[in-house]
Ligand binder design. Structure first.
Ligand SMILES: O=C(O)CCC(=O)C(=O)O
Length: 330
Protein backbone atom coordinates (compact mmCIF):
# COMPACT_ATOMS: atom_id res chain seq x y z
CA UNK A 1 0.00 0.00 0.00
CA UNK A 2 1.39 3.14 -1.16
CA UNK A 3 1.96 5.51 1.58
CA UNK A 4 0.53 8.86 0.83
CA UNK A 5 2.92 11.53 1.69
CA UNK A 6 1.61 13.16 4.85
CA UNK A 7 1.42 16.84 4.74
CA UNK A 8 3.10 18.43 7.58
CA UNK A 9 0.63 20.06 10.00
CA UNK A 10 3.05 22.88 10.70
CA UNK A 11 1.70 25.31 8.12
CA UNK A 12 -1.79 24.75 9.54
CA UNK A 13 -0.52 25.56 13.10
CA UNK A 14 1.18 28.67 11.75
CA UNK A 15 -2.08 29.81 10.23
CA UNK A 16 -4.01 29.37 13.47
CA UNK A 17 -1.34 31.07 15.63
CA UNK A 18 -1.03 34.01 13.25
CA UNK A 19 -4.80 34.43 13.16
CA UNK A 20 -4.95 34.46 16.96
CA UNK A 21 -2.13 37.06 16.98
CA UNK A 22 -4.13 39.15 14.55
CA UNK A 23 -7.19 38.77 16.77
CA UNK A 24 -5.24 39.89 19.87
CA UNK A 25 -3.79 42.85 17.99
CA UNK A 26 -7.21 43.83 16.68
CA UNK A 27 -8.65 43.65 20.19
CA UNK A 28 -5.77 45.80 21.49
CA UNK A 29 -6.29 48.41 18.80
CA UNK A 30 -10.04 48.43 19.50
CA UNK A 31 -9.42 48.73 23.24
CA UNK A 32 -7.00 51.63 22.73
CA UNK A 33 -9.52 53.27 20.42
CA UNK A 34 -12.31 52.95 23.01
CA UNK A 35 -10.02 54.41 25.76
CA UNK A 36 -9.13 57.34 23.48
CA UNK A 37 -12.81 58.04 22.79
CA UNK A 38 -13.63 57.91 26.53
CA UNK A 39 -10.74 60.29 27.27
CA UNK A 40 -11.85 62.65 24.54
CA UNK A 41 -15.42 62.66 25.87
CA UNK A 42 -14.10 63.33 29.36
CA UNK A 43 -15.70 60.13 30.73
CA UNK A 44 -12.23 58.90 31.70
CA UNK A 45 -9.52 61.21 33.03
CA UNK A 46 -5.77 60.94 33.27
CA UNK A 47 -4.37 61.33 36.82
CA UNK A 48 -3.39 64.91 37.75
CA UNK A 49 -0.24 66.28 36.17
CA UNK A 50 -1.47 65.48 32.72
CA UNK A 51 -3.04 68.23 30.68
CA UNK A 52 -5.98 66.01 29.77
CA UNK A 53 -7.54 66.12 33.23
CA UNK A 54 -6.74 69.69 34.34
CA UNK A 55 -9.31 72.41 34.22
CA UNK A 56 -8.46 75.40 32.01
CA UNK A 57 -6.76 78.33 33.71
CA UNK A 58 -9.36 80.90 34.78
CA UNK A 59 -12.19 78.38 34.45
CA UNK A 60 -13.75 79.39 37.76
CA UNK A 61 -16.65 76.96 37.33
CA UNK A 62 -14.20 74.14 38.04
CA UNK A 63 -13.80 75.27 41.67
CA UNK A 64 -15.17 72.55 43.88
CA UNK A 65 -16.66 73.36 47.22
CA UNK A 66 -16.90 71.35 50.34
CA UNK A 67 -18.20 72.43 53.72
CA UNK A 68 -16.26 71.30 56.73
CA UNK A 69 -17.73 71.32 60.19
CA UNK A 70 -15.61 71.88 63.26
CA UNK A 71 -15.95 69.28 65.95
CA UNK A 72 -16.95 69.86 69.57
CA UNK A 73 -13.37 70.22 70.82
CA UNK A 74 -12.83 73.21 68.52
CA UNK A 75 -9.96 71.51 66.74
CA UNK A 76 -9.28 72.60 63.18
CA UNK A 77 -11.59 70.91 60.70
CA UNK A 78 -10.33 69.09 57.64
CA UNK A 79 -7.54 71.02 55.95
CA UNK A 80 -7.64 71.29 52.19
CA UNK A 81 -6.52 73.69 49.51
CA UNK A 82 -8.65 75.33 46.85
CA UNK A 83 -7.06 77.01 43.82
CA UNK A 84 -9.45 79.90 43.18
CA UNK A 85 -7.64 81.84 40.47
CA UNK A 86 -4.55 81.84 38.25
CA UNK A 87 -4.67 85.55 37.44
CA UNK A 88 -3.97 86.53 40.17
CA UNK A 89 -2.53 83.32 41.59
CA UNK A 90 -4.75 82.79 44.64
CA UNK A 91 -5.43 79.82 46.89
CA UNK A 92 -7.61 79.24 49.94
CA UNK A 93 -6.21 77.03 52.71
CA UNK A 94 -9.31 75.83 54.52
CA UNK A 95 -9.04 75.52 58.30
CA UNK A 96 -5.51 76.86 58.28
CA UNK A 97 -5.84 78.23 61.84
CA UNK A 98 -7.60 76.62 64.77
CA UNK A 99 -10.39 78.44 66.60
CA UNK A 100 -7.99 78.89 69.55
CA UNK A 101 -5.36 80.53 67.32
CA UNK A 102 -7.99 82.91 65.89
CA UNK A 103 -9.24 83.87 69.34
CA UNK A 104 -5.68 84.24 70.63
CA UNK A 105 -4.78 86.73 67.88
CA UNK A 106 -7.96 88.76 68.46
CA UNK A 107 -7.42 88.88 72.24
CA UNK A 108 -3.78 89.83 71.83
CA UNK A 109 -4.58 92.59 69.36
CA UNK A 110 -7.63 94.10 71.10
CA UNK A 111 -5.83 96.33 73.67
CA UNK A 112 -3.69 98.03 71.02
CA UNK A 113 -6.20 98.40 68.20
CA UNK A 114 -6.32 101.86 66.67
CA UNK A 115 -8.18 103.36 63.76
CA UNK A 116 -6.35 102.54 60.57
CA UNK A 117 -4.62 105.63 59.33
CA UNK A 118 -2.13 106.73 56.76
CA UNK A 119 0.67 109.23 57.07
CA UNK A 120 0.29 112.51 55.25
CA UNK A 121 3.55 112.89 53.40
CA UNK A 122 3.36 116.71 53.60
CA UNK A 123 2.83 117.05 57.35
CA UNK A 124 4.23 113.67 58.44
CA UNK A 125 1.19 113.28 60.70
CA UNK A 126 -1.13 110.35 60.51
CA UNK A 127 -4.66 110.99 59.46
CA UNK A 128 -7.84 109.04 58.83
CA UNK A 129 -7.89 107.12 55.65
CA UNK A 130 -10.81 106.96 53.25
CA UNK A 131 -9.14 103.97 51.69
CA UNK A 132 -9.25 101.84 54.82
CA UNK A 133 -11.85 102.48 57.47
CA UNK A 134 -11.12 99.51 59.73
CA UNK A 135 -8.99 99.52 62.89
CA UNK A 136 -5.82 97.51 63.29
CA UNK A 137 -2.55 96.78 65.02
CA UNK A 138 0.78 95.10 64.33
CA UNK A 139 2.09 92.06 66.22
CA UNK A 140 5.87 91.79 66.02
CA UNK A 141 7.31 88.79 64.17
CA UNK A 142 8.27 85.95 66.52
CA UNK A 143 6.66 87.73 69.47
CA UNK A 144 5.58 84.54 71.29
CA UNK A 145 5.31 80.78 70.81
CA UNK A 146 1.82 80.80 69.26
CA UNK A 147 2.75 83.54 66.81
CA UNK A 148 5.97 81.71 65.95
CA UNK A 149 3.92 78.56 65.23
CA UNK A 150 1.54 80.47 62.97
CA UNK A 151 4.47 82.11 61.17
CA UNK A 152 6.15 78.72 60.71
CA UNK A 153 2.89 77.34 59.29
CA UNK A 154 2.71 80.27 56.84
CA UNK A 155 6.32 79.61 55.79
CA UNK A 156 5.55 75.91 55.26
CA UNK A 157 2.49 76.63 53.12
CA UNK A 158 4.04 79.42 51.03
CA UNK A 159 7.57 77.93 50.81
CA UNK A 160 8.84 81.38 51.79
CA UNK A 161 11.05 81.71 54.89
CA UNK A 162 9.73 83.22 58.13
CA UNK A 163 12.49 85.88 57.93
CA UNK A 164 10.89 87.34 54.78
CA UNK A 165 7.64 88.11 56.58
CA UNK A 166 6.58 91.42 58.09
CA UNK A 167 4.90 91.39 61.51
CA UNK A 168 1.29 90.16 61.53
CA UNK A 169 -1.29 92.84 61.16
CA UNK A 170 -4.69 92.26 62.82
CA UNK A 171 -7.64 94.15 61.34
CA UNK A 172 -11.15 94.67 62.68
CA UNK A 173 -14.04 95.83 60.52
CA UNK A 174 -17.42 96.82 61.92
CA UNK A 175 -20.61 97.28 59.91
CA UNK A 176 -19.93 99.62 56.98
CA UNK A 177 -16.14 99.42 57.30
CA UNK A 178 -14.09 98.42 54.28
CA UNK A 179 -10.73 98.48 52.57
CA UNK A 180 -10.82 99.93 49.06
CA UNK A 181 -9.11 97.96 46.28
CA UNK A 182 -5.34 98.42 46.33
CA UNK A 183 -2.12 96.63 45.53
CA UNK A 184 0.05 95.15 48.24
CA UNK A 185 3.19 95.76 46.19
CA UNK A 186 5.00 99.08 46.43
CA UNK A 187 5.38 101.67 43.76
CA UNK A 188 8.09 103.68 45.48
CA UNK A 189 11.73 103.01 46.22
CA UNK A 190 11.64 103.85 49.90
CA UNK A 191 9.41 101.03 51.13
CA UNK A 192 11.39 98.36 49.33
CA UNK A 193 14.69 99.27 51.04
CA UNK A 194 14.04 96.71 53.75
CA UNK A 195 13.27 93.27 52.32
CA UNK A 196 12.56 94.35 48.75
CA UNK A 197 9.18 94.09 47.10
CA UNK A 198 6.15 92.34 48.62
CA UNK A 199 5.84 89.07 46.77
CA UNK A 200 2.82 87.46 48.43
CA UNK A 201 0.13 88.03 51.04
CA UNK A 202 -1.50 85.56 53.41
CA UNK A 203 -4.80 86.87 54.70
CA UNK A 204 -6.23 84.85 57.57
CA UNK A 205 -9.86 85.15 58.56
CA UNK A 206 -10.20 85.18 62.32
CA UNK A 207 -14.01 85.31 62.32
CA UNK A 208 -17.00 84.46 60.14
CA UNK A 209 -18.94 87.44 58.78
CA UNK A 210 -22.72 87.18 58.54
CA UNK A 211 -22.99 89.34 55.43
CA UNK A 212 -20.50 91.26 53.28
CA UNK A 213 -16.82 91.63 54.19
CA UNK A 214 -15.63 89.53 51.26
CA UNK A 215 -12.09 89.94 49.95
CA UNK A 216 -12.67 90.97 46.36
CA UNK A 217 -10.27 90.86 43.37
CA UNK A 218 -11.89 93.27 40.89
CA UNK A 219 -9.25 92.69 38.21
CA UNK A 220 -9.19 88.88 38.37
CA UNK A 221 -9.44 87.12 35.02
CA UNK A 222 -12.19 84.60 34.41
CA UNK A 223 -15.96 84.41 34.56
CA UNK A 224 -16.40 85.67 38.12
CA UNK A 225 -20.08 84.76 38.28
CA UNK A 226 -19.39 81.08 37.73
CA UNK A 227 -17.99 80.54 41.23
CA UNK A 228 -20.20 78.18 43.25
CA UNK A 229 -20.77 80.79 46.00
CA UNK A 230 -21.90 83.58 43.66
CA UNK A 231 -25.43 83.89 45.13
CA UNK A 232 -24.04 84.28 48.66
CA UNK A 233 -22.03 87.39 47.76
CA UNK A 234 -22.88 91.00 48.58
CA UNK A 235 -23.25 93.55 45.80
CA UNK A 236 -19.62 94.59 46.37
CA UNK A 237 -18.49 90.95 46.34
CA UNK A 238 -20.07 90.50 42.92
CA UNK A 239 -17.76 93.17 41.47
CA UNK A 240 -14.89 90.73 41.21
CA UNK A 241 -13.67 87.32 42.20
CA UNK A 242 -14.53 87.12 45.89
CA UNK A 243 -13.63 85.04 48.90
CA UNK A 244 -16.12 84.88 51.76
CA UNK A 245 -14.45 85.15 55.17
CA UNK A 246 -14.65 81.95 57.22
CA UNK A 247 -12.97 81.67 60.59
CA UNK A 248 -9.67 79.80 60.28
CA UNK A 249 -9.42 79.95 56.47
CA UNK A 250 -6.38 81.63 54.91
CA UNK A 251 -6.18 83.26 51.50
CA UNK A 252 -2.77 83.23 49.84
CA UNK A 253 -2.30 85.42 46.78
CA UNK A 254 0.78 86.52 44.88
CA UNK A 255 1.54 90.14 44.05
CA UNK A 256 4.35 89.05 41.75
CA UNK A 257 4.28 86.63 38.86
CA UNK A 258 6.76 83.73 38.63
CA UNK A 259 8.94 85.89 36.34
CA UNK A 260 9.19 88.49 39.18
CA UNK A 261 7.06 91.09 37.39
CA UNK A 262 4.34 92.87 39.39
CA UNK A 263 0.89 91.40 38.87
CA UNK A 264 -1.82 94.09 38.53
CA UNK A 265 -4.50 91.39 38.65
CA UNK A 266 -3.66 91.13 42.38
CA UNK A 267 -5.66 94.33 42.99
CA UNK A 268 -7.89 93.50 45.98
CA UNK A 269 -10.01 95.05 48.69
CA UNK A 270 -12.20 94.26 51.66
CA UNK A 271 -15.92 94.77 50.94
CA UNK A 272 -17.98 96.67 53.53
CA UNK A 273 -19.29 94.49 56.32
CA UNK A 274 -23.09 94.45 56.10
CA UNK A 275 -23.97 92.29 59.10
CA UNK A 276 -21.69 91.11 61.91
CA UNK A 277 -17.98 91.80 62.50
CA UNK A 278 -14.88 90.92 60.56
CA UNK A 279 -11.54 90.09 62.12
CA UNK A 280 -8.61 89.22 59.91
CA UNK A 281 -4.86 89.00 60.09
CA UNK A 282 -2.48 89.79 57.26
CA UNK A 283 1.06 88.57 56.68
CA UNK A 284 2.93 90.40 53.93
CA UNK A 285 5.92 88.54 52.59
CA UNK A 286 8.93 90.13 50.90
CA UNK A 287 11.30 88.84 48.23
CA UNK A 288 14.21 88.83 50.67
CA UNK A 289 14.88 89.00 54.39
CA UNK A 290 12.85 91.63 56.20
CA UNK A 291 14.61 93.19 59.15
CA UNK A 292 12.64 93.71 62.36
CA UNK A 293 14.80 96.75 63.10
CA UNK A 294 12.26 99.51 63.77
CA UNK A 295 14.47 102.12 62.12
CA UNK A 296 13.87 100.29 58.88
CA UNK A 297 10.15 99.58 59.36
CA UNK A 298 7.81 100.37 56.50
CA UNK A 299 6.50 103.91 56.54
CA UNK A 300 2.93 104.25 55.45
CA UNK A 301 2.74 107.30 53.30
CA UNK A 302 -0.22 108.97 51.79
CA UNK A 303 -0.16 112.33 50.18
CA UNK A 304 -3.16 114.61 50.11
CA UNK A 305 -1.33 116.95 47.80
CA UNK A 306 -3.08 117.78 44.57
CA UNK A 307 0.36 117.53 42.98
CA UNK A 308 0.57 113.82 43.87
CA UNK A 309 0.35 111.79 40.70
CA UNK A 310 -2.94 109.92 40.55
CA UNK A 311 -4.12 107.41 38.06
CA UNK A 312 -7.71 106.30 37.80
CA UNK A 313 -8.03 102.84 36.41
CA UNK A 314 -11.27 101.23 35.45
CA UNK A 315 -11.04 97.61 36.46
CA UNK A 316 -14.57 96.39 35.89
CA UNK A 317 -17.92 97.75 34.87
CA UNK A 318 -18.49 99.55 38.15
CA UNK A 319 -15.21 99.67 40.08
CA UNK A 320 -13.22 102.81 39.69
CA UNK A 321 -10.05 102.65 41.63
CA UNK A 322 -8.10 105.73 42.40
CA UNK A 323 -4.56 104.56 42.65
CA UNK A 324 -2.42 107.08 44.48
CA UNK A 325 1.07 106.40 43.27
CA UNK A 326 2.82 107.19 46.53
CA UNK A 327 0.31 105.36 48.71
CA UNK A 328 0.87 101.98 50.13
CA UNK A 329 -1.08 100.04 52.72
CA UNK A 330 0.37 99.54 56.17
O1 LIG B 1 -9.70 92.38 54.75
C1 LIG B 1 -9.62 92.09 53.57
O2 LIG B 1 -10.39 91.27 53.05
C2 LIG B 1 -8.56 92.73 52.75
C3 LIG B 1 -7.36 93.11 53.56
C4 LIG B 1 -6.27 93.60 52.72
O3 LIG B 1 -6.46 93.94 51.61
C5 LIG B 1 -4.90 93.65 53.22
O4 LIG B 1 -4.69 93.43 54.42
O5 LIG B 1 -3.99 93.92 52.40
Amino acid sequence: MAVKPRYSRLPARKTSSSSSTTLVLTLLVMFTFVILILLALGILSVPSGSAGGSPKANDLSSISRQSVERNEENEAGEQWVEAISWEPRAFVYHNFLTKEECEYLIDLAKPTMHKSSVVDSETGKSRDSRVRTSSGTFLARGRDKIIRNIEKKIANFTFLPVEQGEGLQVLHYEVGQKYEPHFDYFQDDFNTKNGGQRIATVLMYLSDVEEGGETVFPAAKGNISSVPWWYELSECGKKGLSVKPKMGDALLFWSMRPDASLDPSSLHGGCPVIKGNKWSSTKWIRVSEYSKNPRLQVHCSFSSSKKTPRRTIKVSLTWRVVQIISHTNC
